[in-house]
Ligand binder design. Structure first.
Ligand code: F6R
Length: 265
């Protein structure tokens, strides 16, 4: 158990991703049938590449791992190149020895989206809950697709993407009008139930949101700030994302004085 958020600042995204991969690998080695929560987006791509490398070179074994992704666009099926199911299959799952049946992404094309949300929560519960949830951070402070002003107690549900998120993600689509306006996302309440949250933030566009999340008040205006209530959060940021933090020396001090048993190996 960590007494406060653990803030690990690394020079660049490659070094930060190596640290994050060590956290994931530590869990997978210690608990081979663990449950991982996963994120999509630009941020975790190098984490997934490093885990693929560890699988290939060091025999990191995913054969008993179960995964749950945070979110999916409503209306995009698994064959759509911008769907999060497609992203996970092509960027990660196909390159490791995970059983496809053990990988869950919300079904954005379910006939009854509300039922799909309820079922998703049940699947997480039936799997024994999430051991480690990987999170990215929106430039507006979102985690999953929990946008500013949304409930900090919310569960997996259908949500409306904010205009700033649509703008941030529009370069991945042919044109901004193609970005779906709705999604299914785990709620903040769901994320807070993961036993350990691992948040990655890279680049200057995340600096303001990261400072608000770690050092600002807990507020629905920065949904990630709800993580301040969580007993075990590890943040891995590169220096650009950490640039607006007011206490970088303190975070380095805490990391330097960590006891051996608190390390990830
Ligand atoms: C993705 C997700 C989002 C992203 C966030 C950052 O599954 O839940 O919260 O993590 O929008 O996206 P990138 O990494 O593209 O900057």
């Amino acid at each position: 158990m960590l007494a406060s958020m653990e803030i690990l600042i690394r020079p660049d995204p490659a070094a930060a991703s190596a640290t994050a991969a060590a956290v994931v690998a530590h869990l997978v080695r210690g608990k081979p049938a663990c449950v991982l929560g996963l994120a999509t987006g630009r941020t975790p791509v190098s984490l997934y590449r490093e885990l693929i490398r560890m699988h290939r070179d060091d025999g990191l074994d995913f054969s008993r791992v179960t995964t749950f992704n945070l979110d999916e666009y409503a209306g995009l099926g698994p064959a759509h190149p911008q769907s999060y199911r497609y992203f996970m299959d092509t960027e990660f799952f196909r390159h490791i020895n995970i059983r496809p049946d053990n990988t869950y992404v919300p079904d954005g094309c379910a006939a009854d989206l509300r039922q799909e949300c309820r079922d998703y929560e049940k699947r997480i519960r039936d799997a024994g809950g999430i051991d480690l949830q990987v999170l990215g951070l929106g430039s507006n402070g979102h985690i999953g697709f929990n946008e500013p002003t949304g409930s900090l107690g919310s569960r997996t549900w259908i949500k409306i993407l904010s205009q700033s998120t649509i703008r941030d993600n529009s370069d991945l689509f042919d044109k901004p009008g193609d970005v779906p306006r709705h999604c299914i996302t785990m709620g903040i309440g769901t994320i807070l139930e993961a036993r350990h949250n691992l948040l990655l933030a890279f680049g200057p566009k995340k600096a303001r949101a990261l400072a608000a999340m770690i050092e600002g008040p807990v507020t629905a205006m920065c949904p990630a700030s709800a993580l301040q209530f969580h007993p075990r959060v590890t943040v891995v940021a590169d220096e650009a994302a950490a640039a607006a933090l007011s206490q970088p020396g303190h975070y380095h001090w805490i990391e330097k004085n960590k006891l051996d048993w608190q390390d990830y190996g």
